[in-house]
Design a protein around this ligand. Structure first.
Ligand SMILES: *[C@@H]1O[C@H](CO)[C@@H](O)[C@H](O)[C@H]1NC(C)=O
Ligand SMILES: *[C@@H]1O[C@H](CO)[C@@H](O)[C@H](O)[C@H]1NC(C)=O
Ligand SMILES: *[C@@H]1O[C@H](CO)[C@@H](O)[C@H](O)[C@H]1NC(C)=O
Length: 239
């Protein structure tokens, strides 16, 4: 049960372990519990799902310009399209170009649009211009069904320096523990709104330390969505 709680809180990290099997073993010895990590052993997916692929996630944004600025200038995503479906309802898509990921080749918006349904990791923004919902709450403010966006970068140190230079709101710097950082706790579903049980919260912080969460960088987008940043090759101590 404890293991499941830890893994739920650090889903992206759990994913990283699955990929780095040897690191998972190191983690087991540290945790001193053989069932801390359960590596998937399910068989092949149903053949009828061949070609299924998660293509995008969609965020409801308060200010479309601010969101597009952040995701392009800070995270390097390209603008694929904006559709003005009504004078007050817009949908926009952004994505990292292939050139952005492997550093080669520039793709025009037209090319990105053509490849849209064959891409992964895209972001959609939904913007209700005249929204009357003043209480729209980001996941870092209050737990909801959305936890965070996960970004992978070649160098965490360089990414952090860049975020600082650009004035991005940093929730958690590299090396800082998650303890007492409310937005992180809330986005991981164990903040003050999820549980008031201090024992359980202490346990979670310990679990996060075990998997090297302290070494990750966590920032916020303009609406307060949490962006967890991991390094392509995890630094020492990070599973
Ligand atoms: C939306 O964001 C842009 C860019 O940050 C800013 O210039 C503008 O004032 C914002 N609009 C509102 C209504 O807050
Ligand atoms: C980089 O991406 C471009 C565009 O998709 C592709 O043509 C090229 O083969 C890729 N290069 C490497 C080294 O993966
Ligand atoms: C708090 O959580 C711990 C660990 O799960 C549990 O043993 C304890 O009973 C809980 N305390 C309360 C007051 O629910």
């Amino acid at each position: 049960m404890v293991a499941i709680r830890f893994l739920t809180g650090c889903l992206a990290l759990a994913l990283a372990f699955a990929v780095h099997g040897t690191r998972a073993c190191a983690l087991e010895s540290r945790q001193d519990s053989p069932d801390f990590l359960t590596v998937g052993d399910d068989g092949p997916a149903d053949a009828e799902t061949l070609g299924f692929n998660i293509n995008h996630l969609s965020l409801i944004v308060r200010n479309l310009t601010a969101s597009q600025d952040f995701y392009s200038k800070v995270l390097g995503m390209r603008h694929i399209f904006t559709a003005e479906l009504t004078p007050s309802y817009y949908v926009a898509y952004m994505g990292h170009a292939h050139g952005g990921k492997n550093g080669t080749g520039y793709q025009t918006g037209q090319e990105l649009l053509r490849e849209k349904n064959n891409a992964a990791g895209l972001i959609e923004f939904q913007y209700f211009k005249n929204s009357e919902d003043e209480g729209m709450t980001a996941t870092t403010q209050r737990p909801n069904t959305f936890s965070h966006i996960g970004l992978v970068v070649p160098s965490l140190e360089k990414a952090q320096a860049r975020m600082e230079k650009l004035g991005v709101k940093i929730i958690k710097r590299i090396g800082q523990s998650a303890e007492g950082i409310k937005p992180v706790e809330n986005a991981l579903g164990v903040g003050e709104f999820a549980t008031k049980n201090q024992t359980e919260r202490d346990l979670l912080v310990k679990g996060q330390e075990l998997v090297g969460f302290a070494q990750l960088l966590v920032v916020e987008d303009p609406d307060g969505n949490m962006i967890e940043i991991q390094q392509l090759v995890p630094p020492p101590g990070v599973a």
